[in-house]
Design a protein around this ligand. Structure first.
Ligand code: PEP
Ligand code: MN
Length: 337
């Protein structure tokens, strides 16, 4: 249920409504927009059946949220959310780029990669310290050692660190080093993990499960917001289809659709979507044209030597050329990059 307050209302009206909802066992989420304050009543709405909220002082209207996801829905918050991350914003006019290797391999290689990204204006360095690999015999990531290398590069370049959390037992460790925590496609419905990141004070990039519907994706985001963390960035990274020429199939329509259904920022990972470096620039431009708020791109100085995902990693020169082309598409759709 959404309770819309009158443009002019008393602070005490707001508190009275919140107290009422809490007394009924509901959670009250307050959203103060530029023009309107709204209160989301989350929980078992049946308790509201005989409560005349409309007649409480300060209330303009009471609307049911018809979607199964509440806090993430546009109905709940009509304005797009702009997420702050240590002085940078995601979801505003500026399109943000999160770039770096699939996995952190060594301090030297990470620094080499970062030195090619920073001059291009990339604000976020991505790199896995704990890698979700299909085979238990594949490289699993260097753990804390890799996190320290990432933090070292942040120190030198100012780029913020994005890295994946796979296990609730690593939350404190990851949060010690990361500026943004990533939840990977394989964990999109790991509800314990979602609840865990719902309680941290860091933005979260939530990647769409490779077989997840849009509704399931938004329900997973709802898990995080329901715990109190409203800094969630959705990432479309391709879904499984019958096609085998590409690693996955980028669901480009997910971008405008998500922008319609939710107020959360939406970014696109073209690298895992296509699995081939040669297709990444075209797909990135398409993502920006479709309204994406950012790109998550794998870049490596020597893709042929990469410990994971070499074939989809762009060389720095190709990445620089792509940034230039993306900049022009961004301008064409009224954004900056
Ligand atoms: C990644 O970004 O490093 C990654 C493993 O991606 P995904 O979870 O989308 O496969
Ligand atoms: Mn990867």
């Amino acid at each position: 249920m959404i309770i819309v307050l009158k443009p002019i209302h008393q602070e005490e009206d707001l508190h009275r409504i919140v107290r009422k909802l809490e007394d009924l066992g509901l959670c009250a989420h307050i959203s103060k927009g530029e023009h309107r304050t709204i209160i989301g009543a989350i929980g078992d709405e049946r308790v509201l059946r005989d409560v005349p909220l409309e007649s409480m002082p300060g209330v303009e209207s009471v609307l049911p949220i018809l979607k199964p996801y509440k806090l993430v829905s546009r109905e709940f918050q009509p304005e797009g959310t702009v997420i702050g991350a240590n002085g940078r914003s995601i979801g505003g006019r500026q399109i943000q780029v999160f770039a770096g290797p699939c996995a952190v391999e060594s301090r030297e290689v990470l620094e080499e990669i970062a030195e090619t990204l920073s001059p291009l204006g990339v604000q976020f360095l991505r790199g896995g310290a704990f890698k979700p690999r299909t085979s238990p015999y594949s490289f699993q990531g260097w753990g804390e050692k890799a996190l320290k290398f990432l933090a070292g590069v942040r120190e030198r370049t100012g780029m913020l660190v994005v890295t994946e959390l796979m296990d609730p037992r690593d939350t404190v460790l990851i949060c010690k080093y990361a500026d943004i925590v990533q939840i990977g496609t394989r964990n999109m419905q790991n509800f314990r993990l979602l609840t865990e990141v719902g309680n941290i004070d860091k933005p979260v990039i939530l990647k769409r499960g490779m077989c997840a519907t849009i509704k399931e994706f938004l329900m997973s985001a709802e898990y995080i917001l329901a715990q109190g963390n409203d800094r969630v960035i959705l990432c479309e990274r391709g879904i499984r289809t019958f096609e085998t020429e590409t690693r996955n199939t980028l669901d480009i329509s997910a971008v405008p659709l998500l922008k319609q259904l939710t107020h959360l920022p939406v970014i696109v990972d073209p690298s895992h979507a296509v699995g081939r470096a040669d297709l990444v620039p075209a797909v990135s431009k398409a993502a920006i044209a479709a309204g994406a708020d950012g790109l998550l791109v794998e870049v490596h100085v020597r893709p042929e030597e990469a410990m994971s995902d070499g074939p989809q990693s762009l060389r720095p020169e190709a990445f620089a050329a792509m940034m230039e082309e993306c900049r022009r598409v961004a301008e064409a759709v009224g954004r900056t990059l």
